[in-house]
Design a protein around this ligand. Structure first.
Ligand code: BES
Ligand code: ZN
Ligand code: ZN
Length: 497
């Protein structure tokens, strides 16, 4: 998919389809021009409340030769006061989908207006968001389609028109492209089946993808994982016939502060002996989304040449109920030396993360650690798909919240009070892997468990169970992986000093 930046005004734009956003407050300059030429069709629709500018509304206008653009697609942007760059990103994502699926064009053009005092974001932020929105809206996972391939509609080119093509605008498109491509790469990984994207294949792919950007990739195979006594990862792996992998990525940008991102990489979560229901298992190829997000983020940081010294740590295994599977009642001596009483084999993510967090803290000695994981169904109950849960140390969370504001990917903080820490106290080991009251505060209990494996480094945990994968169609996503988090974490790294 080719996105190019062009200079020009509506009259000069030759395209199959021109996409324009309109706020509820009324028509802007370009929309007015369109309205005048097309016999007030748009203002009439607004007067008659057929089109109000409410977010997500669409109106298709045929230009009948009055513009060089053949058709115009108007997208409602909603209330201007509440509009953020996430609004713009979603609107263009929706526009691209309507252009492809309803109107059936391969090419389109759109524009971004220069800023007025009412805007909260810079023009660069808007250009970047629109570029990302185009890539995400146009995303399709077609690898396994064999029938009628010619009939599958695709967008080939998008032209972004500005009144003036500045160096800053070019840079903003480039940034949007890098982040958008990283997010669609994460989607590809999440959408791939667990039988294909095994731990071994995930690790290989990480190496292949990162090499050309100067990222150093180290892979531990099963022997090395055994030699290091990463027994948490090994316990979860024991019911699977596929070997585990432990991946360490390093991008050494210009900075003396080190950040470690840690990802849960369960390539398929059957639940283990505490086997999931059929419905609960349906989407569990996505249980490596945290690991994929870490990989996507390090790729975007390296391509953007961000001044950060960044590590990515990904613990990869399936969680299966094979003959040798770990069991309820087992006590594991984790890589840290701390012991874990296993009371539910489906709470496996926290066990592999325990080893990964210890490795990150002890071996890499970063200034901060952020882990990303599809960790709990409880987080989906609490926050749904609108926001990810975040739990941990105040300073790190503060920075994440700032990045969330800029990036438009929402997070919501859950507390880690002492009471919750008691949930994971075990009678026979150092900690237990589910809460004493397992129906209470599941997302926080999981974080309380993780906290035992981060001794002194400022840390935050992001639970993406509800945001990484969607079963409903939205503006920016079909069913499947969302790529959630790449933009948040890239922005976080950008803003970190
Ligand atoms: N991978 C799941 C969490 C999950 C659920 C992610 C739904 C995405 C959508 C995790 O390993 C899990 O099964 N957690 C259990 C923990 C419980 C046994 C304490 C859960 O949430 O039910
Ligand atoms: Zn599980
Ligand atoms: Zn899981």
């Amino acid at each position: 998919m080719d996105i190019s930046l062009e200079q020009g005004e509506l009259e000069e734009i030759e395209t199959e389809l021109f996409i324009l956003g309109v706020y509820e407050e009324g028509l802007g300059k370009t929309a007015k021009k369109i309205d005048e030429e097309l016999d007030n069709e748009l203002s009439r629709a607004m007067n008659e409340k057929e089109f109000t500018g409410e977010f997500g509304q669409i109106k298709i206008l045929s230009t009948a030769g009055k513009f060089k653009a053949r058709n115009i697609l108007i997208i409602g942007l909603g209330d201007r006061q509440n509009s953020t760059i996430a609004t713009l990103k979603k609107a263009i994502g929706l526009g691209v989908r309507v252009a492809r699926d309803t109107i059936g064009v391969k090419n389109f053009a759109t524009t971004i207006h220069k800023n007025t005092t009412k805007d909260k974001n810079t023009i660069q932020e808007k250009i970047q968001a629109v570029t990302e929105g185009i890539l995400l809206g146009a995303y399709q996972f077609l690898k396994y389609k064999t029938k009628d391939l010619d009939e599958i509609k695709k967008i080939e080119t998008a032209k972004l028109y500005l009144k003036k093509k500045t160096d800053q605008a070019i840079e903003a498109v480039e940034k949007g492209r890098i982040i958008g491509e990283a997010a669609t790469f994460v989607r590809d990984l999440v959408n791939e089946s667990g039988s294909v994207l095994t731990p071994e294949r995930f690790a290989e792919l990480a190496k292949e993808r990162t090499e050309k950007y100067g990222i150093k990739t180290t892979i531990f195979d099963k022997k090395e994982i055994e030699a290091k006594q990463m027994n948490g990862l090994l316990a979860v792996n024991s019911g699977s016939i596929k070997e585990p992998r432990f991946v360490i990525l390093e991008y050494k940008g210009n900075s003396n502060k080190k950040i470690a991102l840690v990802g849960k990489g369960i390539t398929f979560d059957s639940g283990g002996l505490n086997v999931k229901t059929a419905a609960g298992m349906e989407t569990m190829k996505s249980d490596m989304a945290g690991g994929a997000t870490v990989l996507g983020t390090i790729l975007s940081a390296a391509r953007l040449k961000l001044p950060v010294h960044l590590y990515g740590v990904i613990a990869l295994t399936e969680n299966m109920p094979g003959n040798n599977a770990y069991k309820q009642g087992d006590v594991i001596t984790t890589y840290s030396g701390k012991t874990v009483e296993v009371l539910n084999t489906d709470a496996e993510g926290r066990i592999v993360l325990a080893d990964a967090l210890t490795y990150a803290e002890k071996e890499l000695k970063p200034n901060i650690i952020v882990d990303v994981a599809t960790l709990t169904g409880a987080c989906v109950v609490a926050l749904g798909s609108a926001a990810s849960g975040v739990i941990g140390d105040k300073d790190v969370i503060k920075k994440l919240k700032e990045a969330s504001k800029t990036s438009g990917e929402k997070i919501w903080e859950l507390p880690l009070y002492e009471e919750y820490k008691r949930q994971v106290e075990s009678e026979i080991a150092d900690v237990r892997n589910i809460g004493i009251y397992p129906k209470e505060a599941g997302a926080i209990t999981a974080a309380a468990f993780l906290k035992n494996f981060v001794e002194k480094t400022p840390w935050a945990h992001i639970d993406i169970a509800g945001t990484a994968y969607t079963t409903a169609e939205k503006e920016l996503t079909k069913k499947g992986g969302t790529g959630w988090g790449v933009k948040l974490l890239t922005t976080f790294l950008e803003q970190w000093e």
